[in-house]
Design a binder for this molecule. Structure first.
Ligand code: GLU
Length: 279
């Protein structure tokens, strides 16, 4: 049975790009006689707002989508992420990172030409070099820290991996392009990469559909699946909807939010067509 999901973060109003993503996932499920889930990715307490979550339900229902209940809200499942972190810690692929953003910038500058990944300069690995004793002392002293994945150790343990993408074919996994990503943040005991991987497994998602801007993240997720012994879904990374100027729709394009289009008198049929998903 095909299970797909749409997993927005309630950090702003949904726009036509989101409509495309949501309709894409729902149609992939419907075409296969499967199930469509909605998941609220609200781990970032500083940026998520209840009114944006309400707006997600309102906008998606207006677009004609229906999803299963209950909706999984990530903020309610921190224990699932901490259990996964414990497993990763047991196999020795995590380390605490005490660096501030400033520390990292300084390190990267001092290094001259630092390798870059999709999210900017890669973490230079400063805290990976700390001894077990130094780590223990800093943690015991209450120093705020994130938990990072030791990517080289993780990749070595995971071995050769691939994932299947309906758009791109079979892709050989290479986590090195992302470096030692954060799996638990200083302010939140999880991260996007960890939560999405754990949730897709717990919810039995068999086909992950999302924008091609997240293709790099799948390399990390595939490694985490191997280390956590989670089932491996199929992927379909879709193109991103662009405006007439060829630029991606962003949350700042107020006029292209579903709310603004609705208020401007557009019908759901018209917005579905604008999103490239005509009836
Ligand atoms: N929550 C992510 C976003 O809003 C999407 C995550 C995913 O589909 O894997 O960009």
């Amino acid at each position: 049975m095909t299970v797909t999901r749409f997993a927005p973060s309630p950090t702003g109003r949904l726009h036509v790009g989101h409509a495309y993503s949501a309709l894409f996932a729902a149609r992939a499920a419907a075409d296969a006689g499967g199930r469509f889930l909605l998941r609220i990715e609200d781990i970032d307490a500083g940026r998520c707002r209840p009114e944006f979550e309400d707006a997600i339900y309102e906008d998606l229902a207006w677009l004609g989508l229906a999803w299963e209940q209950p909706v999984r809200r990530q903020s309610e499942h921190m224990q699932d992420y901490s259990a996964a972190l414990d497993k990763l810690d047991d196999i020795g692929v995590l380390y605490p990172c005490f660096c501030t953003r400033k520390d990292i910038e300084r390190e990267v500058e001092a290094a001259g030409r630092a390798p870059h990944g999709p999210d900017g300069a890669l973490y230079p690995g400063t805290c990976r070099a700390l001894s077990a004793r130094e780590r223990e002392d800093l943690v015991a002293a209450g120093e705020p820290h994130a938990l990072r994945l030791d990517m080289a150790a993780a990749a070595a343990l995971a071995g050769r991996l691939t994932f299947a993408d309906r758009e791109y074919g079979t892709i050989a996994v290479d986590g090195s392009g992302c470096g030692d990503v954060v799996l638990a943040r200083k302010d939140t005991p999880t991260s996007y990469h960890l939560a999405v991987t754990v949730d897709d497994a717990i919810q039995g998602v068999t086909l992950v559909t999302r924008g091609a801007d997240l293709l790099h993240a799948t390399h990390i997720h595939r490694i985490l699946q191997a280390l956590l012994r989670l089932p491996v879904p199929e992927y379909m990374h879709h193109g991103l909807l662009t405006g007439a100027d060829g630029k991606r729709f962003a949350k700042r394009d107020r006029s292209l939010t579903i709310e603004a289009l609705r208020e401007a008198g557009k019908s759901p049929t018209e917005v579905r067509a604008m999103a490239g998903m005509p009836d």
